[in-house]
Design a protein around this ligand. Structure first.
Ligand code: ADP
Length: 542
């Protein structure tokens, strides 16, 4: 017997329609590449998205074809999110921080038909344009006044001309099958060749619903949300969708991601919730503490993408009264899998124990299940001790890479490549990426724990712990440190700092000081580069 309720497909266009009808006057504020701050409403967003959808159809973009973007977080990018996906074509967000060859490779692999980009990225796109035979139209996301005088790319189109092209904004969003592909994002390649993850309308809307729940990102119409996490990386953790769903005010930082620009925008627009990777928050905190500032409206910050150092968490919470929501996810998970929000009985624990729990990656959001397994694939207990590879499955977890030959799934589960423990309350804690694990005398040492301790030392700006070859133990931990400006920190002081905080044999064998640690296109430390550079360091000393 079937239920007798309405059959409405879960479509991205419905998020926009909701925002327009129920939160039409809510603001969308964007710092632009042009240098000024632009503001309009969800009503304007909806109207311009419909015009854009008409314009793209007029350009001949067919259902299922890919429209690429190379753009900062801003209102034009948001219009593309809705216009492209809403009309049954596929939004392909490209990461401009990748090398030009990689950008070209990805655009070619995705077979993008149209490429829309911010003026910042004109030199990048112009340098690869001749290598992109599938792209029929290049669109500069600017108005006429900001179009280049010469034509750096033949036939370059002006975005605002496209928006103005259709006579009116009348457009009916098609009633698509909810399993239709909506957007495409390539993994950043920290773990090998970039691979395309093709989201659907259904997976996106379900992710939007679940990620907004109180024990997830806890979003509401009373929030002012600022995604620092780029819209070119896993859809800015879904915030462009969830803000529309709940009717939150949206604030986009554009290209200005330094501490001062961000803090100015937070204060000017009354931001209550911001989201980003730890490396971005470092710059923000340095600016705020260096200038004796505070956060007058910010209440919560979502930190993910790599482990949030407990020292950063403590600063946000204790010094500035900003709650840290630690989240874990992957491109393959749309991205949210777990969120570190405490349960009632955990809130009764002494503060240090609460913080230790918050430093874990958190518990599963409904819609994503997880398990940890040993090397034979046997499930391990949830005792907070046993660690093994983390596998997940759920409504917004990838089943197959775009044009991938083999499914990556193992018995219906997606292997994440992360190594983790899970405790009795379901709190998952990533101890390492499988490829970063340090194997000393046959035992695993988790590099993230070591980095977290090092980061709590006042003289340390950034720390990476890597496996260095060792004549006796095979591998031993080596700490690579960027010292804080004007701080005195010695090797001995740092190694002594681990006393009593960690098992003795986990203490790194040595420390090397460097000016900078290489970061990947999504702000993560490129530990494989450090390994290439320093893996023989201990052998050389032995
Ligand atoms: P890539 O594999 O290309 O770097 P993602 O950006 O999707 O792709 O990164 C996903 C990975 O980032 C996870 O598998 C995990 O290793 C790491 N990660 C994400 N969030 C966290 C977190 N809160 N703590 C520790 N690691 C994290």
């Amino acid at each position: 017997m079937l239920g007798q309720m309405m059959q409405q497909p879960l479509l991205i266009s419905s998020l926009l329609q909701h925002a327009e009808r129920h939160h039409g006057a809510q603001a969308v504020v964007s710092r632009r590449v042009e240098g000024d701050v632009h503001r309009y409403t969800y009503r304007d967003l909806a109207s311009r998205s419909r015009r854009l959808a008409k314009a793209l159809a007029a350009l001949g973009v067919q259902p299922g074809e890919r429209v690429g973007t190379v753009a900062w977080n801003g209102y034009r990018h948001l219009e593309l999110y809705y216009a492209v996906s809403g009309s049954g074509t596929v939004l392909h967000t490209l990461n401009p921080r990748l090398h030009a060859d990689q950008v070209a490779w990805i655009a070619e692999h995705a077979q993008d038909r149209v490429l829309c980009f911010d003026k910042t990225f004109l030199p990048l796109v112009a340098s690869v344009a001749s290598r992109l035979p599938t792209v029929r139209h290049f669109v500069l996301m600017a108005d006429k006044a900001h179009m280049p005088a010469d034509e750096p790319i033949p036939g370059l189109l002006c975005y605002e001309d496209l928006i103005d092209g259709p006579g009116d904004d009348h457009f009916d969003w098609p009633r698509l099958d909810e399993d239709t592909a909506s957007s495409l994002c390539y993994t950043s390649g920290t773990t090998g060749h970039p691979k395309g993850v093709l989201y659907s309308h259904r997976s996106t809307v379900l992710h939007t619903l679940a990620s907004s729940l109180p024990d997830a990102l806890n979003l509401s119409a009373r929030d002012t949300v600022l995604p620092v996490v780029p819209m070119f990386h896993v859809n800015a953790w879904g915030l462009p969708y969830s803000a529309c769903m709940v009717g939150a005010k949206l604030v986009f930082p554009g290209p200005a991601l330094d501490g001062k620009s961000l803090h100015d925008l937070f204060e000017a627009e009354g931001v209550t919730l911001a989201a980003g990777v730890p490396t971005v928050w470092q710059g923000l905190l340095a600016h705020v503490s260096g200038n004796g500032l505070t956060f007058s409206t910010m209440r919560r910050t979502i930190i993910g993408g790599s482990a949030c150092p407990p020292a950063m968490m403590n600063t946000f919470e204790d010094t500035y009264g900003v709650q840290v929501i630690h989240a874990w996810g992957m491109t393959e998970l749309s991205p949210i899998g777990t969120v570190g929000v405490l349960k009632a009985h955990q809130q009764q624990l002494p503060l240090p124990e609460q913080r230790a729990l918050q430093a874990k990656q958190g518990r599963s959001v409904f819609g994503v299940d997880m398990k940890i397994v040993d090397e034979d694939g046997q499930e391990l207990p949830w005792d907070g001790q046993a660690s093994g590879e983390l596998l997940v499955r759920g409504h917004w977890v990838l089943a197959q890479y775009h044009q991938g030959e083999q499914s990556p799934l193992v018995d219906g589960w997606f292997p994440t490549g992360d190594v983790a423990t899970i405790d009795a309350d379901g709190f998952m804690n990533i101890t390492d990426r499988a490829k970063d694990v340090i194997k000393s005398g046959g035992e695993w040492i988790g590099s993230i724990d070591i980095e977290n301790i090092a980061m709590a030392h006042p003289g340390v700006a950034m720390a990476a712990c890597i496996a260095a070859k060792h004549p006796k133990w095979d591998e031993r931990p080596l700490l690579v440190v960027v010292p804080r400006a004007n701080a005195e920190v010695s090797r001995e002081a740092l190694l002594g700092f681990f006393d009593g905080k960690i098992a003795k044999w986990w203490t790194p064998d040595d420390v090397v000081f460097v000016d900078a640690i290489p970061l990947g296109a999504t702000g993560k430390m490129l530990k494989h580069r450090l390994r290439e550079q320093f893996e023989h360091h201990l052998l050389a000393k032995a």
